[in-house]
Design a binder for this molecule. Structure first.
Ligand SMILES: CC(C)(COP(=O)(O)OP(=O)(O)OC[C@H]1O[C@@H](n2cnc3c(N)ncnc32)[C@H](O)[C@@H]1OP(=O)(O)O)[C@@H](O)C(=O)NCCC(=O)NCCS
Length: 427
């Protein structure tokens, strides 16, 4: 085994410096099994990472100073149950070249970034894990899940009691993303797990092309309500797989977001009724998708595997528990254990009806305490529970949290939310 202690330097890379960005991008793409970036891909990447923090680990290889590991992070916002968005440290592009793996470079970059984020006042960090076993040891827990759908367009008939589609639809030219961004912003604020897509994100999305949000055959369609206000959009690519002269096209739905059930219905109805198309495929959809409930034949929609999407790392336990609101009531002492020593705490979570808002959500009182805990849980499991997408009862049965069945059930009811957390935003 190679020596784990290496004489390397850790530096920050300016994303505006095209040559430095190229030196940073080549090894990260190698680690992700991608080819070196073309000039166009590098230009697109520069738009994507504008303003982000880019870390590079450099080592002397064959007498040259080379980047061997990368990490990227930026400030974003995450929607919690019953509450507005909170700041989150979004982490991405964690890569280590195969020649330098398993010598502690990821650990070094990641813990430095988490330390910095906690110092900056973030209660959360988040990432999307390429492989599920990597990030638990760093205190992350899977907090949102997503699935894929395959819709047989010919069988997509809406029930008579489904919300009626009364608005209008229009194609949106590439680069014009302001109304799409406004719809997404309203939607992501309304659902746990929603992540901010800032101007940088939309600017990059507007640059359609291979490997982008939408490919060269992509389209974005905006829905307006009867008053002309945008309330939903669908973004999709198409492939035309005609068999002989028999049309057999597929719509690959990249993004469908709506702020009303009527707009949601209209957009599904639209994408599933495009001429020459037989099938609609959608990725990164919520696990409690509304569509099957609207249909005469719910089996027109086949659901694919359910996988974790957003992983959450709590950096401040009292701050994180107080930042969301609750629908149930109850009191628990939680001992949160953090092997990295960043956020461990013994806290009393008290959710009482007197603190209930007009909307039914209750603010918690969170205090540190020396009292004996009702629940002992690792910080990663707290990250999994906080958005309401993971069952505390299941975690207890799996041996991942220590609690009586009654305490686990209280925790489960406190953490529950009316909708499953959903994050369809890659970063
Ligand atoms: C995943 C990756 C970043 C790990 O980097 P690394 O520098 O080898 O990681 P470290 O040496 O810091 O490993 C820290 C610990 O995590 C474990 N670990 C690292 N990668 C792992 C993986 N893919 N699966 C399971 N455990 C893993 C290590 O075994 C080590 O455990 P130990 O402390 O008990 O020995 C690197 O292998 C890589 O770039 N892979 C391809 C790209 C990728 O998957 N990136 C992640 C994007 S989300």
């Amino acid at each position: 085994m190679p020596d784990r202690v290496m004489d390397v330097s850790v530096v920050q890379v300016d994303p505006e410096d095209r040559e430095a960005l190229r030196a940073w991008s080549v090894p990260s793409r190698t680690s992700f099994l991608q080819p070196a970036p073309t000039p166009q891909a590098l230009e697109d990447r520069q738009h994507e990472v504008r303003g982000h923090r880019l870390t590079a680990v450099r080592d002397t290889v064959a007498g040259e100073d080379r980047v061997v590991a990368t990490l990227r992070s930026f400030d974003s916002e995450l929607t919690l149950p019953g509450a507005g968005p909170v700041g989150v440290d979004a982490i991405s592009t964690a890569t280590v070249l195969p020649t330098h793996r398993r010598r502690g470079l990821l650990s070094r970059m990641l813990t430095a970034d988490l330390d910095r984020a906690r110092e900056a006042g973030h209660a959360f960090a988040a990432l999307i894990a390429l492989e599920a076993p990597i990030y638990g040891r760093f205190g992350f827990g899977a907090a949102t899940r997503a699935t894929s759908l395959v819709v047989d367009n010919a069988r997509l008939a809406f029930r008579p009691d489904a919300p009626a589609a009364t608005g209008s639809l229009e194609f949106v030219p590439p680069g014009r993303t302001d109304e799409l961004a406004a719809v997404h912003d309203a939607a992501r604020r309304a659902r746990p797990g929603g992540l901010l897509r800032d101007a940088t994100w939309w600017e990059a999305a507007g640059r359609r092309g291979e490997g982008r949000w939408l490919g060269p055959r992509g389209h974005a369609v905006l829905h307006r309500d009867a008053d002309g206000t945008p309330d939903g959009y669908a973004a999709y690519d198409v492939t035309d797989d005609a068999v002989g002269r028999v049309p057999n096209g597929t719509v690959h739905l990249r993004d469908l977001t709506a702020t009303t059930p009527a707009a949601y219905r209209a957009l599904w109805e639209f994408t599933a009724s495009i001429d020459l198309v037989r099938v609609t495929r959608a990725a990164d959809r919520p696990v409690d998708e509304l569509l099957p409930h609207l249909l005469v034949d719910p089996r027109a929609v086949q659901t694919g595997p359910v996988d974790d999407f957003l992983w959450l790392r709590v950096l401040d336990v009292p701050g994180a528990l107080a930042a969301r609101r609750y629908l149930g009531c109850g009191t628990l002492v939680l001992r949160v254990e953090d092997p990295l020593g960043l956020a461990g705490a013994n806290v009393r979570l008290h959710v009482a009806p007197q603190r209930c808002g007009a909307d039914g959500w209750v603010c918690a009182e969170v205090t540190t305490t020396d009292a004996e805990p009702d629940v002992v849980l690792p910080v990663g499991e707290l990250g999994s529970l906080l958005l309401g997408g993971t069952s505390a009862v299941a975690l207890r049965r799996a041996g991942r949290i220590a609690a009586t069945p009654a305490a686990a059930w209280t925790l489960e009811t406190l953490m529950a939310a009316p909708e499953q957390p959903w994050c369809p935003t890659w970063f």
